[in-house]
Unconditional design. Structure first.
Length: 459
């Protein structure tokens, strides 16, 4: 691991500008592709980045390119010819990475790049993988794996494994198939040592390995990796034939990207953006929820104006607690929805048992509502606002309103993401401004109605 200090980065950039290939190449030879990618990102000069890639051997250049973020990789791809992308990059990548890379190109360039791939089998695999939805196991899998037949003897199996392993960087599992290429099991390496002369390897394989089909959503794949502590998982088609494998590094990247998307959705950002995206791109992503928030604010002001003005003339102290009511409702709703979204994402919350969870959340809400309203009741009793009559009304109204708002916000914050999940809409949206805006409007409406009814009832 190379420590990339600012001094080192500036010195390396100077070598590149001065054309000191030997010095730069010697440094790059000792660096991991991830460190080289970080160096390129820190230099932020496309000419220097291309110069660095030219100094690397093809395999290291391809790995370095894949270590870059997509927005950092795009300008480099734009300056490489289709033939360079095919021969220097794609031919040295696993098929899953090759598909990810080629899908970043324009449609017309994709066909040209594939034509330049010399390995016809790899080109065919890439074309096949591009047919799958990128959010499914088929879109994430690679085809590089060691596959043996269940009827082979152990010596024959070992011989075939050696031949297949020559073109692979990592070997995670040995998959066993039948004569129709249907997945039958996994051959543990320990069995190869302890059963060197077994007549057929089907007698020593581990049956029924954890697998997924090509159309399995990525979030379900991630849950299986976590549940069974897997490093690799086979992918089968609808009739059980082995078509590929997914490795833990692939699923980790997807989980990270999904977490980033969910966080942005929860923050009220409509599309995936990066800090270095253009002003237009960031504005486009952030403006929709800001407009919705503005509409929510206008709705709240209309709610206040419909009968709040008259109430505030006779009970001016009511205005002091509006932010408390709105803020508490928003916070409670966001908490409830965040727990539900997290449970749905981790698989700990089953949508089929939603009724039981809603009841549990209602019990939690009752406890929270009682404690919060009691604290505010004590506070207002010790520090009354206005004359004794107004103070008495406010003390009861604020506590009663908080109790109702907390109950409503908890249940609403639970129901919305569960509903979104059932409608196949990303429930992460529910943890964002949607919950806060709705609870703010409903909370203020409840507060003003309760205060109004209590005031005129106690006059």
């Amino acid at each position: 691991m190379k420590e990339l200090t600012r001094e080192y980065i500036d010195r390396f950039e100077q070598w590149c500008h001065e054309g000191q290939k030997e010095q730069a190449q010697a440094e790059l030879a000792e660096m991991h592709p991830a460190d080289i990618a970080e160096l390129i990102a820190e230099i932020d000069d496309d000419d220097v980045a291309l110069f660095i890639l030219e100094l690397l051997d093809d395999e290291k250049a391809a790995d370095t390119l894949m270590e870059l973020d997509e927005d950092e990789r795009k300008p480099l791809l734009d300056r490489l010819s289709n033939e360079q992308i095919a021969k220097r990059m794609l031919e040295h990548l696993d098929t899953d990475d090759a598909v990810d890379l080629i899908q970043e190109l324009d449609k017309e360039d994709q066909a040209e790049v594939i034509k330049h791939i010399d390995d016809v089998e790899q080109a065919g695999d890439i074309i096949d993988l591009m047919k799958y939805d990128e959010d499914t196991a088929g879109g994430l899998m690679g085809t590089e794996m060691i596959v043996v037949n269940e009827n082979w003897s152990m010596p024959e199996c070992i011989k075939q494994m050696r031949l297949q392993a020559e073109d692979m960087d990592e070997i995670y599992n040995v998959y066993v198939v039948d004569d129709d290429n249907r997945l039958r099991g996994v051959l543990p390496l320990k069995k190869m040592v302890t059963h060197p002369s077994v007549s057929k390897i089907k007698h020593v394989i581990e049956d029924d390995p954890v697998s997924v089909t090509t159309d399995t959503p990525i979030d379900e794949v991630a849950l299986l990796f976590e549940k069974y502590d897997l490093v690799a998982m086979p992918v089968i088609d609808s009739i059980g034939r082995l078509v590929g494998r997914i490795t833990v590094d692939d699923i980790m990247d997807e989980v990270r990207e999904q977490s980033e998307r969910d966080y942005q959705l929860a923050s009220g950002i409509a599309t995936d953006v990066e800090s270095d995206d253009s002003i237009f791109a960031q504005t486009k992503a952030r403006l929709p929820w800001l407009i919705i928030g503005m509409i929510g604010g206008i709705t709240t002001s209309l709610t206040i104006g419909s009968f709040g003005e008259d109430l505030m003339r006779v009970l001016p102290g009511v205005a002091l607690f509006m932010t408390l009511i709105g803020g508490t409702g928003g916070n409670v709703g966001t908490q409830s929805s965040a727990i539900v979204v997290q449970g749905l994402a981790s698989g700990s919350l089953d949508i089929k048992r939603a009724g039981r969870y809603i009841l549990k959340e209602l019990c939690v809400a009752l406890f929270n509502a009682l404690i919060i309203s009691a604290i505010v009741f004590v506070y207002n009793s010790l520090r009354p606002v206005g004359d004794p009559h107004q103070a008495h009304v406010l003390t009861i109204a604020v506590s009663a309103s908080l109790f109702c708002v907390v109950i409503f916000a908890s249940v609403f914050g639970t129901l919305v993401p569960l509903t979104f999940e059932r409608l196949k809409i990303d429930p992460a949206i529910a943890t964002g401004p949607f919950i806060s805006i709705t609870n703010d409007i409903v909370g203020i409406w409840m507060y003003l109605h309760i205060s109004s009814m209590l005031y005129y009832a106690l006059v």
